[in-house]
Design a protein around this ligand. Structure first.
Ligand SMILES: *Cc1c(COP(=O)(O)O)cnc(C)c1O
Length: 430
């Protein structure tokens, strides 16, 4: 792609942007009366304007119908999740019955491991990427201990090669092969939260299955960011939070995928609750758990309607924007422009002030770029915040910046570059 470090150029890209009007569907915080430049959708997405309306509808139903709201009104709570399934499925490449909104991410990771981490005989290990998000590490560690095993010996971590920041697919599949008779579960993130690397999930599924293991994914940084094909790739399960790229509210409801081939797999354990019980007979309140067909059968508690409503607001925007494929097209261009601008900042500073550790190839990354500052990383980050530019800082030394196609503009990126050049005292380009 051809880019220029000029305001008119960024403005021209913005005016040609088919998705530009979606920015008006979001509430952008202000500092001292001026809108901030928000590059932190990888951590908490902005609030979609329609969220209030979606919440208000359910508050009115509660007000006017009270308990009758479960079965009455224009969107009975008992079936509210079914609309959600239809909207969630295309975002992750699943059939509607393969996905369900429920709980929160770490809780769902545990529930999925109850079903898909079944250490038996020699096959007791979990293989994951080194440097996975801490909650995932703790969840895996505690699952291993729960089965009476030792995390030191039962968790295999795949690390980048000496001197490299990223994992090579061939190294991941090699470690899977080398341990093929001992791995019970391969659990990978879709996109690593720190480096922004988007893994080749299809290859990981193939290698994991060839080794006789289940394969599941934590898609916290991938869902709503990059197109996924969970069904076609044959993943066994996946879960994700929805408050990052899917703007569902802080601590919003999580999503789960279970491949349809497992719907009737009676050999899988599940921790059951009444909301996973066969819908037709749920209120007979009989003994003996009979699961509802589909991912719905993994639900435990009655659904948190307000959290679903908040999430639905954003899912409808995804749909109106033309789906994840349309968003991805803009996202690839925005992130490439961000990469170009960071190189411009380095050029004007006369040194590699920022090293981008995220892969260069668009198919190996999503929206996010992770930058390591040559020096003063935290100071530069704080100075950006003073100048109304919000990214996020990850210990020990990374600035993560994520332009989000629904609400970020090319001018946001241009402005970031101008501010960085000022902070570094380089020459301002015009
Ligand atoms: C954000 C994130 C989480 C957060 O988990 P919660 O249970 O929603 O707090 C977990 N795992 C990964 C990989 C994440 O990126």
């Amino acid at each position: 792609m051809y880019f220029q470090n000029k305001r008119e150029f960024a403005l021209a890209l913005d005016s040609a942007d088919k998705l530009k009007d979606f920015r008006n569907e979001f509430l952008i915080p202000k500092h001292a009366g001026k809108e901030i430049i928000y590059l932190c959708g990888n951590s908490l997405g902005l609030q979609p304007r329609p969220v209030k309306k979606y919440l208000d509808e359910q508050l009115s139903n509660w007000e006017n119908l009270a308990v009758e709201g479960w079965f009455d009104g224009d969107s009975p709570w008992m079936f509210y999740h079914k609309e959600m399934q239809k909207l969630m499925a295309p975002v992750v490449g699943a059939k509607p019955e393969e996905v369900i909104p429920m709980n929160t991410l770490t809780v769902n990771l545990h529930l999925m491991m109850v079903s898909f981490y079944r250490p038996t005989g020699k096959r007791t290990k979990i293989l994951m990427e080194a440097g996975a998000f801490p909650s995932d590490q703790y969840a895996v560690e505690s699952q291993v201990r729960f089965h009476g095993l030792d995390p030191q010996t039962s968790i295999i971590e795949v690390k980048p090669r000496e001197g490299e920041d990223l994992l090579r697919t061939e190294d991941i599949t090699k470690v899977i092969e080398q341990n093929s008779d001992e791995i019970a579960l391969v659990l990978f993130s879709g996109i690593n939260y720190y480096s922004g690397q988007f893994f080749d999930l299809e290859e990981i599924v193939k290698a994991g299955h060839a080794a006789g293991a289940f394969v599941g994914f934590d898609l916290a940084h991938a869902a709503g960011n990059v197109p996924l094909k969970l069904h076609d790739w044959n993943a066994d399960f996946a879960c994700w939070c929805t408050y990052k790229y899917m703007n569902s509210s802080p601590g919003g409801i999580s999503g789960v995928f279970v491949h349809e081939r497992h719907f009737n797999n009676g050999s899988l354990n599940r921790f059951a609750g009444w909301w996973g019980y066969d819908e037709e007979n749920r209120f007979k309140m009989e003994k003996g758990f009979v699961p509802q067909q589909g991912a719905e059968g993994w639900q435990l508690s009655c659904s948190p309607v307000l959290l679903m409503a908040a999430h639905k607001a954003s899912l409808v925007l995804f749909d109106q924007a033309g789906g994840i494929e349309a968003l991805r097209e803009k996202s690839i261009a925005l992130t490439a422009y961000l990469e170009f601008i960071i190189h411009e900042v380095n050029r004007s500073a006369g040194r590699e002030q920022f090293k981008i550790i995220t892969p260069r190839e668009p198919h190996s990354r999503g929206a996010q770029l992770s930058l390591i500052a040559e020096k003063d990383g935290k100071k530069i980050f704080d100075e950006l915040v003073n100048r109304r530019i919000v990214g996020d800082w990850r210990e020990p030394d990374v600035i993560r910046l994520s332009p989000v196609p629904l609400y970020n503009s090319f001018t946001d990126i241009f402005e970031l570059g101008q501010q960085l050049e000022e902070i570094l005292g380089g020459n301002r380009s015009v």
